[in-house]
Design a protein around this ligand. Structure first.
Ligand code: AHR
Length: 700
């Protein structure tokens, strides 16, 4: 009976080939560690997907705060009546409702034309509006939340009309007595309203004009954390109340205003990324040409930000605007890698190179000026007025995103027009092409090669293992490579251990070639893992790195692998060779099987090594993708001494499908051991399903 699993494995064709009986040997040639590891090898990529910002990293708690998420419903909002005998209704006054509906005069400004109207005919107890937040409002003990909103109370259901305007077709509604001035209550409370976690009051003035009110709400020390809560603004008086830009901020990372959720920002800072690629991804491009990331409209006070159609099925508030992206990078000690819109949208439309493209090129030049221009420039001065006089650092600008989707072949011309203009004004900036020649020779940039090309890979673990050494044979005379999006897509919504093993194998390949791969970043980075009462998910893309709901967050096994690879990295590539690496048969696709193809043999062990040449510390990474404990022999050549003890940091598990989740957040986390008996030649045993990082102290 005991032999059955082995027999089953053989029958399934997954058994490791006969080489497995010989111990694999990994030789590190430390004397030849001459090539530099790119100093920007590991970074982050981000875009508004999976509620990465709204309902994610951007700390705002109010969903649909400017009432533009839907044109028909006040999404996220509901009516609150303490007693059923109260008579009240809420109505969305949509931005699009213009003449003959004269509600348009309720626009707050040119950016925020929609609002919410609460009409109270009879108030029996409190009546108000509630916001459900992004799958709940997080309640935490001893926490102060900053609430603010624009409100006006009036005695009319409909605003006055100019004399020359046509009379409404419906008879005007009777005037309600103007009782609106006075206290308005603001609270964070349980969804049934029975438990109030924090409460405050503002004093609404009698005015037909918008006015912003602010109040702090503080929870008690003994409050039990929950996300089963809502935000309510309520009155006990009849009248007509209008609301706009309703905002609730919990404490933010380093108390930055309009800032970031601290737990998520800390997880990102902990990854020690060297750059942040933003704002996409598809989010840069937009569904239509008019939906491209409108960076100019994302600057300044949030009351001036209209938001825009996102690329992933929901509207973006643009609370996370260009400056916030830059501050995010700054918080992490990372440098921005700026994606500029290059005239191609997701619906397949494009703008040809030439005069029609010029406004887009000029817009990109303005954007770069905002990032790095000094304060004597127009956009540099604007950045200073926005609170950041110092220019940011910027070396790389990416021209578009995944332009191989543009079947018109217009990218060659578009790229060149952007590159010429950017290089003329900013000779120190390198433009990145989104079409790698290796993959799309016909579509890629003609003539003078791009200096850097962006390659994207979304694969399963088998494909990662099969291709982990693809860069070993890349042309060193071609463009440098930016692996600007990649992931092993296994596990939902965040990745599982097997995906982390695929990732780690792939990263060993990038590290061995870290002279060619100048930057790399996983995607997508963030995912809100909430599901609503109807089973609708907050996310659009499976297999993400960091998961969260309104209250908690966690890292996937892939997150920990990323973090460790970034932490334990030298500045020199140590040439590594191996013998006796076992292989296993990759499963055949139905098609390959039908065509009688032989299964591919894929290695089961992956490795890379780098060295810090100032300290002599070697970082040796070895991945064991199998269920077996695996002995390996390691030879350290070209050193004179090695410390007898080394650190071994591991991510490992018992089963490839094991994972972390919002309810079991630390099932798989790194563990560290000290291993003794390290010599120039030593033979550790790798745990099953493990990513292993040996930190070995040596001297030459
Ligand atoms: O990462 C998700 C999407 O994958 C990105 O928006 C796009 O660039 C790629 O196709």
């Amino acid at each position: 009976m005991k032999k059955l699993p082995l027999l089953l494995l053989i029958a399934a064709g997954f058994i490791i080939n006969p080489a497995f009986s010989q111990t694999p040997v990994i030789n590190l040639n430390i004397a030849q560690a001459n090539k530099d590891v790119s100093p920007m090898l590991y970074g982050l990529m981000t875009e508004e997907i999976n509620h990465s910002y709204d309902g994610g990293l951007y700390a705002e708690l109010i969903r649909n705060r400017v009432f533009k998420d839907s044109k028909t419903e006040p999404e996220g909002w509901s009516l609150v009546k303490e007693n059923a005998s109260s008579e009240a209704v809420i109505k969305l006054i949509a931005a699009e409702e213009h003449v003959p509906n004269d509600e348009r005069r309720n626009a707050l400004n040119g950016a925020l034309q929609a609002c919410l109207r609460l009409t109270v005919e009879k108030a029996d107890g409190r009546v108000g509006v509630a916001n459900e937040g992004y799958w709940g409002i997080p309640v935490k003990p001893s926490t102060t939340y900053k609430a603010s909103f624009y409100i006006k109370g009036t005695d009319r259901r409909e605003p006055p009309r100019w004399p020359w305007e046509p009379k409404p077709t419906k008879p005007p509604l009777p005037v309600i007595e103007n009782n609106t001035p006075g206290p308005i209550t603001v609270s964070i409370e349980s969804n049934d309203g029975k438990t109030v976690y924090a409460k405050g009051t503002i004093n609404l003035e009698k005015s037909i004009y918008w006015k912003q009110y602010e109040v702090n709400l503080t929870t008690a020390a003994d409050v039990k954390p929950t996300k089963e809560a809502r935000f309510v603004i309520s009155t006990d008086r009849v009248g007509v109340y209008y609301f706009n830009l309703v905002s609730l901020f919990p404490p933010t990372y380093k108390d930055q205003s309009n800032g970031f959720r601290p737990d998520l920002m800390q997880m990102l800072v902990d990854m020690k990324p060297k750059f942040l690629r933003f704002p996409g991804g598809n989010f840069l491009e937009g569904p239509k040409i008019t939906d491209a990331f409108p960076w100019k409209e994302t600057l300044g006070p949030i009351a001036n930000r209209p938001g825009h159609n996102g690329s992933w099925g929901y509207r973006a508030s643009d609370g996370m605007g260009l400056l916030e992206f830059l501050l995010w990078a700054e918080n992490m000690g990372a440098e921005p890698v700026l994606g500029v819109y290059a005239g191609y949208s997701l619906d397949g439309d494009h703008i040809d190179a030439g005069p029609l493209l010029k406004p887009y090129v000029d817009d990109a030049l303005d954007e770069i000026e905002y990032v790095i221009g000094d304060t004597s420039t127009y956009w540099g001065a604007k950045r200073a007025r926005d609170g950041h006089p110092d220019p940011f650092k910027l070396q790389y600008v990416e021209i578009g995103n995944e332009d191989w989707f543009d079947r018109s072949n217009s990218y060659d011309g578009r790229f060149k027009q952007f590159r010429e203009a950017i290089e003329a004004k900013y000779p120190n900036i390198t433009c990145i092409s989104t079409i790698p020649k290796t993959q799309y020779p016909a579509m890629s940039v003609k003539g003078k090669d791009a200096d850097v090309v962006d390659e994207h890979y979304y694969r399963n673990s088998w494909d990662m293992w099969e291709n982990a050494s693809q860069y070993d044979s890349y042309d060193r005379n071609g463009p440098k490579i930016f692996v600007g999006e990649w992931a092993t897509r296994e596990g939902k919504p965040t990745t599982n251990l097997n995906a982390a093993l695929g990732d780690a194998a792939w990263m060993t390949g990038m590290e061995r070639n870290a002279d060619l791969i100048i930057m790399s970043c996983y995607a997508p980075l963030l995912v809100n893992v909430s599901t609503d009462a109807n089973g609708k998910r907050a996310w659009q893309w499976d297999s993400d790195l960091i998961g969260y709901d309104a209250l908690n967050s966690y890292g996937s096994p892939s997150y920990y692998v990323q973090k460790l690879f970034s932490h334990y990295l030298g500045n020199k590539i140590v040439p590594a060779t191996a013998t006796n690496i076992p292989t296993q048969k990759a499963p055949l696709s139905k098609k390959d099987s039908a065509e009688g193809k032989a299964p591919k043999l894929v290695p089961t062990i992956f490795y890379s090594a780098t060295m810090n040449d100032a300290t002599g510390t070697i970082y040796l990474k070895i991945v064991n993708t199998t269920a077996n404990k695996q002995a390996v022999k390691i030879n350290l050549d070209g050193i004179s001494t090695v410390a007898p003890e080394a650190n071994l940091v591991m991510v490992k598990g018992d089963h490839p499908e094991e994972t972390n989740s919002i309810t079991d957040r630390e099932k798989i986390i790194p563990v560290t051991e000290t291993i003794k008996g390290i010599k120039k030649s030593f033979s550790p045993k790798l745990a099953p399903y493990s990513v292993n990082i040996f930190e070995i102290k040596t001297s030459k």
